[in-house]
Design a protein around this ligand. Structure first.
Ligand code: FE2
Length: 128
């Protein structure tokens, strides 16, 4: 089985696991821009010791050539504590900002990982 067969996608407005990729209106070749990627923008995903978004990875697939890993954000605090589950003082919300520069058009792809519900993806087309 290919890993791609395990990655689910849906509309983020109806499925809380799908990563939401937000971009500036205008992107220029060779110039830095900010990519905001998050899970739960429309419908909040739980953030508890038992159920959380563990990470979001960002990829770029140029129109020609291989896929590139742009970066990855780990969300590692979910209320853990010596007092017990969900008694802790800290939580990381599944949201990250990447500064990116692209020299070719292509697709930005985000993959999120829920510790219970697996892998989810979304993508946006980048044109100059
Ligand atoms: Fe989940």
């Amino acid at each position: 089985m290919a890993i791609g067969e395990l990655v689910k996608s849906a509309d983020f407005k109806s499925e809380k696991h799908v990563p939401v990729i937000e971009l500036p209106e205008k992107i220029e070749a060779g110039k830095d821009f900010v990519v905001n990627v998050s899970v739960g923008k429309e419908i909040a995903h739980p953030n508890t010791t038992e159920h959380y978004i563990g990470w979001i990875a960002l990829y770029f697939k140029p129109e020609s050539g291989n896929v590139y890993n742009l970066g990855r954000a780990e969300f590692t605090a979910h209320g853990e504590s010596t007092k017990g589950a969900n008694q802790g003082p800290a939580y990381t919300e599944p949201s990250a900002i990447f500064k990116v520069k692209l020299n070719e058009p292509g697709k930005i792809i985000a993959v999120s990982y829920c510790n219970i519900h697996g892998l989810w993806e979304s993508e946006v087309e980048i044109k100059f």
